[in-house]
Design a protein. Structure first.
Length: 57
């Protein structure tokens, strides 16, 4: 996970609008599953996608 954090920090320092959700002990595709942490992550992803057009208009 440290590489992902480094990538996010580098992107932010370059002005990239980036959203990063870290979920310890989860596999990369965990949001597709049906358990509380996955459902929460899915809601977070949906919120980011809903806001994206507003942020870039």
């Amino acid at each position: 996970m440290p590489d992902a954090r480094k990538f996010v920090e580098k992107a932010k320092s370059e002005g990239v609008d980036i959203h990063y959700i870290e979920a310890p002990k989860m596999v990369h595709i965990y949001p597709i599953f049906n358990f509380p942490e996955a459902l929460k992550a899915t809601e977070q992803i949906i919120d980011v996608l809903k806001e994206a057009p507003k942020a870039h208009s």
